[in-house]
Design a protein around this ligand. Structure first.
Ligand SMILES: CC(=O)SCCNC(=O)CCNC(=O)[C@H](O)C(C)(C)COP(=O)(O)OP(=O)(O)OC[C@H]1O[C@@H](n2cnc3c(N)ncnc32)[C@H](O)[C@@H]1OP(=O)(O)O
Length: 427
């Protein structure tokens, strides 16, 4: 183990009876949770999000709760902040699902903020992952975009808020699979939905593995989950499905209901077009709204592309916990051989020069003393990891520096995927 790595590891503190525990100051202590502490933890999260704790939601979280992967800070006996990790697999470019630490439920109670509590939690998570040789990368959805870059997370994927008016016509020549789409109950739809999701997942960058508890959370449909909309409707096709809710809006000139798509997926382009067509043609609908992938093809299906209003927002933030292990998990578009000079203030074991060589799509990454070709922070590598953010764009944003002229374009190209990364669920 390198000297920086040893120093970082010593920050982790002692391990007692399988749980990490150490004093972070005279008053604050830090440890992982016990299985009976979900309610206390979830209360803290709800308070930090300015929401109430609901019992049925608590029960849903129980199925996903991994106490030994939840870190918390206590002020005396009071749990004042913390964050969790879900053990998931995320599909990466060209190499299917790979272990991913899916970071979730981060919060600090109002009144305890800006005392370094989140910093303790992030240290516990990331240094713990490294110490235990767990997932080589972590991902999260950020409540606010300014929070996570300081901990080495880079903006790796975006989603599109899409808004298309009812009846928007497809271009002549678009093939729509004519098989009838049926509206069925959740019980009837779910086996098909899960089967199709599993068939698609290995090739869809950003998609996550789901246990039954994750599915239940994703399609939760209690009154409280609906935010004034209807229950979920399930529209199924033999090769695809759409799940949506409706927000009622009746006007003087007639119904202008909003159709909110939760998820739409299909195994081929004709079935995808058929499901869109079905939703766009539903009577009483004014607009179809969907938080979809940033490269959703709808704009190319429509006769009038401008009918699809689109706004892009950050979705996944990715952190390479171990640069060499993480970069080796995915495949790359083209051959390359460059030395990366990586800075990483928060996880110093990554701060080094790495020779990054790709042959036939496969990467080898090794520590070297050679002169660097490209200098970048670990944030930029996280941003590029899923192929959603170009290194050349990051260079224009002054986050990447080309030191050897002519090396950056090839490197940037190698990192691209064959589609934009997209995570169809907030975790
Ligand atoms: C994956 C998820 O779950 S995302 C959800 C994140 N949680 C929330 O948004 C809930 C509401 N907010 C909170 O609970 C808290 O404000 C948190 C968790 C965002 C921050 O917790 P704190 O304990 O106050 O953070 P901490 O004191 O460790 O701050 C570390 C640094 O981040 C900065 N920082 C913290 N929160 C923010 C923020 N919201 N925006 C910008 N900077 C921030 C601090 O100023 C500090 O900077 P410094 O090192 O230059 O002094």
């Amino acid at each position: 183990m390198s000297e920086p790595a040893r120093r970082a590891t010593s920050l982790i503190g002692s391990r007692r009876r399988g749980r990490t525990a150490y004093d972070v100051s005279m008053a604050l202590t830090f440890r992982t949770l016990r299985s009976d502490e979900l309610r206390t933890f979830q209360r803290m999260v709800d308070q930090s999000f300015l929401s109430d704790t609901k019992d049925d939601r608590l029960e849903r979280w129980r199925g996903m709760f991994e106490p030994d992967r939840h870190h918390a800070v206590f002020d005396g006996d009071e749990l004042i902040g913390g964050g969790g990790i879900q053990t998931r697999h995320m599909t990466v470019p060209g190499n299917g699902p790979q272990p991913c630490a899916a970071v979730t439920s981060v919060g600090v109670k109002p009144g305890h903020r800006r005392r370094g509590v989140l910093t303790r939690v992030m240290t516990g998570q990331l240094h713990g992952l490294f110490e235990d040789q767990r997932e080589a990368f972590a991902a999260l959805w950020a409540s606010e975009a300014a929070i996570y870059p300081r901990f080495g997370y880079g903006l790796a994927a975006e989603f599109t808020r899409l808004d298309v008016p009812r009846g928007a016509a497809f271009r002549p020549g678009v093939e729509v699979d004519g098989t009838r789409i049926r509206e069925v109950s959740a019980e009837e739809a779910l086996p098909l939905v899960k089967e199709i999701y599993e068939r698609l997942r290995p090739t869809r960058t950003g998609w996550l593995s789901r246990t039954d508890a994750h599915w239940e959370h994703h399609l939760a449909d209690q009154e409280d989950d609906r935010e004034g909309l209807t229950a979920f409707r399930y529209a199924v096709h033999p090769q695809g499905y759409a799940v949506y809710r409706v927000k009622s809006d009746w006007r003087e000139r007639g119904p202008r209901n909003e159709l909110h798509v939760r998820t739409l997926a299909a195994e081929n382009d004709q079935a995808y077009a058929a499901l869109y067509r079905y939703l766009l043609d539903l009577d009483h609908v004014g607009e179809v709204k969907y938080f979809t992938a940033s490269d959703d093809p709808i704009v190319h299906l429509l006769d009038d592309a401008r009918l699809a209003l689109r706004a892009r927002t950050d979705s996944l933030w990715v952190r390479l916990v171990e640069v060499d292990r993480a970069l080796s998990l995915r495949r790359y578009l083209s051959d390359v051989d460059v030395v990366l000079d990586v800075t990483d203030a928060f996880c110093p074991w990554n701060q080094a020069r790495w020779r990054f060589t790709v042959k036939g799509g496969e990467a080898s990454v090794r520590r070297v003393d050679d002169a660097p070709d490209v200098a970048l922070d670990v944030q930029a590598l996280g941003a590029a990891f899923l192929g959603g953010t170009r290194l050349t764009t990051l260079a224009r944003g002054q986050r990447v520096r080309e030191l050897t002229p002519g090396t950056l374009n090839g490197l940037s190209h190698a990192f691209l995927g064959d589609h934009e990364p997209h995570c169809p669920e907030v975790f």
